[in-house]
Structure formats: structure tokens, C-alpha cells
Design a protein around this ligand. Sequence first.
Ligand code: 26Q
Length: 818
Amino acid sequence: MATTKKPLTAAQFKKKVLQHLNFTSSQDNFVENPTAVLRAVCLTVNEVVYEKLKETNTYHKEHKTRSINYLSLEYLMGRMLSNNLHNLDLFDVAKKAVASLGLEIEDLFEEGHDLALGNGGLGRLAACFLDSLATMDFNAVGYGIHYEHGLFKQQFHQGRQIETPDEWREYGNPWEVCRPEAVQEIPLFGNVETIANADGSVKKVWHSGQIIKGVPWDVPIVGYNSKTVNVLRLWESRASSHFDWDQFNSGAYQDANAAQNQAETISKVLYPNDETDAGKELRFIQQYFFCACSMKDIIKRYQDQFADDWSHFAEQVVIQLNDTHPTIAILELMRTLIDEYDFSWTDAFTLCRKIFAYTNHTLLPEALEKWSVAMFERVLPRHLEILYSINEFFLDEEVSALWPNDHQIRGRLSLIEEGPHKMVRMAHLCVVTAFKVNGVAQIHSDLVKSDLFPEFNQLYPSKLTNVTNGVTPRRWLKACNPELSALLDSKVKTDWAKDLSSLAEIAKFADDADFQKQFMDIKHHNKVKLTEEILATTGVVVSPDAIFDVQIKRLHEYKRQHLSFLHILALYRRLLENPDYDMHPRVYIFGAKAAPAYYLAKEIIYAINKVAEVVNNDERIKGKLKVVFMPNYRVTLAEKIIPAADVSEQISTAGKEASGTGNMKLALNGAVTIGTLDGANVEIAEEVGDDNIFIFGNTVDDIKALDANGYNPYDYYSNNQEIKACLDWLHTDYFTPGKPGELAAISRSLLEGGDPYRLLADYAAYAEANIELDKAYKDKKRWARMAIINTAKMGKFTSDRSIQDYVDNIWKLTPISH
Ligand code: 26Q
């Protein structure tokens, strides 16, 4: 590996920025044009980045390093500049250089767009993993889709969510580079011809009906204080060169144009995680387009080194499937090996079983992907044949061996769900083929084994495993919380951003009055900054002396934003009934997008906004309770809210949240969790200890017992005066003057709707835990201690540890040697 070059000085950096401003952007009045300066700064950083990328590639070529190929339909990268500056150790240099141009670097950051090519946790996890892979010097490629529009922008109009398109690259994106040399062509539709060979065997030929071009855009992924720059390769769909120019020239513009539009539609927009999108043909084509491009690229990279000798493929390549969304890659590799490289079926399947591993992110039955056999056959006829052949082998050889003649089990495990509309079960294909299947937190992985795939666990005893999620401390502490980072730097000798467990050293200061003051002063200052942001975006005045109680995540019933909503109503009632009601002032801060067609989720947003309007303007309660719903929650907003949080709300129904990762980011920044024993909360509680977390509510087993006894939400409604009063309140026009019952959808879902997420069963325990929490906060020393311990004990939850677990137990990679 080339020796590391001398780092740039601020003067050199400034000179390069000016050059880019003059020659690349031809801008001279730069102080008036911060976007031009931002671009010039990014281009300057890219000079360093691309040099390192070249060195990384050269190293791996020379050493024939095994690579991990991460396939994900989603990447929530957020903004890139601040992260790249930190990771390259250029932050101070750039800050100085930009200051000498008369600008603040922090103001430049604000000009940047979020790369929001994902919905939530799963997409952000992929981004954290890429950061760790580069930081730990592993050879990794992330593959994804170059969506023209990422996750929609959210605005509130009279309290209701309005979606507008995300235009993240309307004016270009300095962090990506197009790689025309790696374009791929992808067939779709058509039919399969069976040709009989002379020896009695058959050859299958897929005659496609359409060909789509896949154009790769590479986004460099810069490791923190490492030798590596990897890439995230995002595929954009275009009409292929088979575009009918004759037709176009002969005047049939519309037909020719329609083909082009249709091709470009494939990568046009990210699906917003919506049940109504389940089964949509375009989503399926998106998945196939992306998988086929990625598989061809992986094979091409391999063949550049080993030509047609496939004997090293399984040593060189491992592919991780981020949920079932890229499952079709399995069938695509099978098809390629059999139809294009003359592999026998058995050799092809044996190879596939060495290459793919699968991560499950959900137990919710409605979220398990299924595709109709009819649609499968229309779009990918050859892949369906291969799927059937795998199913036959699986049922007749493997299932039959363990459960001979057990038709029930065969039906349950089959890759095909029988019924009036036959469906393909994508998760089953993954579990059958992958050599490892992991859940994302211990409790979730245990449930994957015991409840989701019990028979598969019997069939393949060591296949199902756990890798607990993690988050990158570079973005989620160092970059987003510079003041706390500086304090930690002053106390911890090792580079905690690379070795997060070393933060445990600060536990010894948890009772130290000076340290407590420094720690809590920083929290207070972060709260002051957030106060300004809240005022600017919502017009609500909040006090930084109040408890900042934060619930930031996608809006979903299982996450139970409406549990804290109900509790807010209760607090408001208590304050109205007794103006001296003893509680420390609290600000509830929500951030959440609802899937556009998710009716109840949108009603919950509306209800919170309506209650906020009334509560925030009611002078009788003397500012003791405030509610803000910050619009357009995204990575960039998370980076502002998290450092300012006192309380982290993690209150999903036990057994429903696979892991959660916001819980880790908030605790890392010194917020105290109030939460259920769900997902990674369980492991967070183990790390921080029972005294430093507020755990409440029914456990997974309790919930099962409740269900077994016949759950009846009216029991709680009738027996708990507060629940009754608050739910009844929603049927009045108190919060929606002149429109009684406008917020009643929530109450209806909890009562007539059967309370599917058992919210009422946890209400009393939640209210009780909040009283404990309030008491703890009033004891300043106790709270400071809790906050410090939370930061100190998050070592386990760095994504570096997750990646090391994947490497040791699944991927078996070796890093660049130093
Ligand atoms: C499905 C069908 C059609 C269109 C979209 C989708 C779709 C898209 C995204 C389904 C699911 C997702 C995302 C799921 C997700 O973010 N899961 C979360 O993953 C995190 C990382 O492991 C966990 O921490 C969370 O607990 C889990 O909810």
C-alpha cells in the first residue's frame, strides 16, 4: 500500500477551493453563493478521496482479497461532507480554510442535501455498516438503486402530513461519479424455450421481451482514520441502446418515448415501506433490475481476475442480503451459472449455498415478502422455473428426510404458498439457500428461531444466528455532538471513535461533581441549540430547562407513538385538574414520517399536532407541558435532536421491534431510555444496568399469555379512569373546535379495533415509569450519573462490533494488513 501522504494544510486546502471556484464553477462572488463554495469544498475533498480509492482498489487487486457485497434496496446516508472531513481528519483544516474565505463551515453543511435513499432503520443500518467496513479496512462494495427521488419530504398543512418529492440531486451531487465502463444490460419478460440436446439433456433459453440498461453511479465511502475508501454502487435504469431510433425517426416519438419512460421509471422512486405497495409489479422489477445489475457486476469483477475459472468464486465472494428485498439475486446467480456457464443444477446450487447470507429485520407477518406466482411468471419466467426446481429439491430431499410424508409441514415450509392465488415466499427461499440467517438483536434472533422459522431451525441447526445491530460512533457522536466528543477526548486516552468500549473509562467519573457539571452543561447547550431549531421550524417556544423527551422513528402502530400521545393527554388532564400537579416541565419532541397510504399512522400525526396546538397555548399549565412534532424527520434532523435528548422513548410492543438503532444513538449521547423489553433495549438494559434505564410493561411472554387468555381492551378502558377519560376526550371537539370526534380514529382502533398492539395493557406501567423518571430527573446528581453511565456503556453498540461479528461468524474476511 502506498505510504500515507502528508496531510493538507489549511492554506493548501483554501487554494484548492479557490481553484475549484474559479475553474470548475467559474464563481467569484463566493460569499454570496455558499452552494458554490460547498461544491468547491466537496471537490477538494474528492481529490483526496479518489486518490485513496485508487490505492484501495490496487491493494485488493494485488492481494486478491475476499470481498463482502452488501445488497440493499435502501441506504440512508444523510449528508456526506462533515462525515468525510471527520473520517479523513480534515475537519479542522477545512474549517480554517473556509473561515479564511469569510464563511462558517457549519453554515456550508446546512446547504448540503441528505442522501435519503431509504425509509428508516434498515437503510440507516446499511449506511452505518458501510462506514464501519471502510473504517476497519475490509474489502466491501455496497450495491443499491440510484433512485431519482428518495424518501418523500414531509410538510404539515393544518396538522396533516403532506408529501412532496425529494429532489436530492436536482442540481447534481458532488459525491457520485458515473461509471459508463460498467454499464449492464438487463433482460425482462418474454418466454423460455426448451431445447433438447443430443445427449438427452435439455438447454433452456430465455428470450426476453425487453432490455433495460443499468448505469452505475459510485459514491465513495471513506473510512475513519483508515487506509480504505470503498464504494457504494447505485444502479440507474435507462432505456437500452436497443431504444428504437428507427421508430423515433419515423415519427412515432410517443411509442419510442414511452419505452424510454418505462425504462426510466424503474429507478425513479423509492417505495415508502407501505403495505399498499406490497405485491406491486414495479417494485418487483426494481428488485430484479438491481439484483441482476449487481450480480453481473460481481461476476465481472471476479472474472477480471480469474477469467472463466469458477473454482475460486466462493473464496472470493460473499453476498449479504439486507432483508428479503434482494432475494431474487439467488435465482439470478442460479440462472447465470446454469444457462450461461453450463453448470449442472447441483453444482450451481452448491455454489449458491456458499455465497449468500440473509439478514431478517422483521417478525411482523404482514411484512414478510410474497410475490404472486402469476406475476413472477410474466416478468421472470426462467427464474420461476429455477425456483420450482429448488423447491422440489428442498421438499423431496431435505424436508422428506426429516419429516417423511408430513404434508402439513411440506405445505408450511414450501417456497410456494398454495391457495386461490399462489404466492412465492421470499424468506423461505432465503432460509433454504443462505448459509447463515441472522436476526438483528438477541431477543429477535431467538424469536426468529422459535416462532418464525422453528422447522427451519430443526432442519438446519446451526444456520440461524444473531448479530446485534450497531451504529457508527463517527456520525452519531463525533460529528453530531462535537462538544461531548471534546469532553470525551479529554478523559479517554484511546481513540474512542474507533474503539467505543474505551468510553467505559468515563464511568469512574459518573459521581464526580465537576465531570457531571461539564457533561450536563454540554447537554444543556445542545438543548439550547435545539430550542432555536424548534422555534425556527415550528414556531413553538420551549425551555431548555425542561426534560427533552424524544421519540424519533418511522410512524407505526407497533412503535406506539400513540402510547406516549395518550400519556400526554393524561398529563395535560392532571395539570388542568390540579395546576400545582408536581412534575418537572417536559417537552415531547416527535419526529416521524408515515407511509403515505397508512391511514392510522397519519391520524396519529394529526392528533399529536392538534393536541400540541392546544397544549402549547394553554397558559393555565404554565409551560409545564409542550409538544412539538418536527417536520421532515431525516438523518440530518436526527443529528440535531439526538445530542439534545434527555429521554429516549423506545416503547414498542414486546416482540415487535426487531432491534431499533435510534435507541443506541440516543443512549450514546447521554439520553436515558424509557422502554419495553423489546429488540436491542434488552441488551441496552444489560449494559447500563437496571438503575440507569426505565423498563416497563409486558414482556414477550406476558403478551403471549394475554393473547392466550383472550385480550379485551375494554377491560383496561373500564378499569382505568385515566384511560377512559383520555379516550373519551378524543370524541369531543376539545382539540378540534367545531369538529367533534376528529381524533377518534385512535380511540376506535384501541377499542373496537381490538388494540392490536396491546397498548392499553401497557398504559398503567408506562404512566408509573414516567413518575419514576420525573422523580429521577428532579435529582440532578442522580440524573447526571444515569446520563453519563449511558454514554459510558454503549461500547457494545458500535457498528464496528456488529461488523466484526459478521466477519467472524459469517463473512470470514481479512482486512488490509498494516
Ligand atoms: C416492503 C414492500 C414494499 C415496499 C417496501 C417494503 C419495505 C421497505 C423497507 C419493508 C420494510 C422496510 C424496512 C424495514 C426496517 O427498517 N426494519 C428495521 O430494521 C432495523 C435495522 O435492523 C431494525 O433496527 C428495526 O427494528 C426494524 O424495524
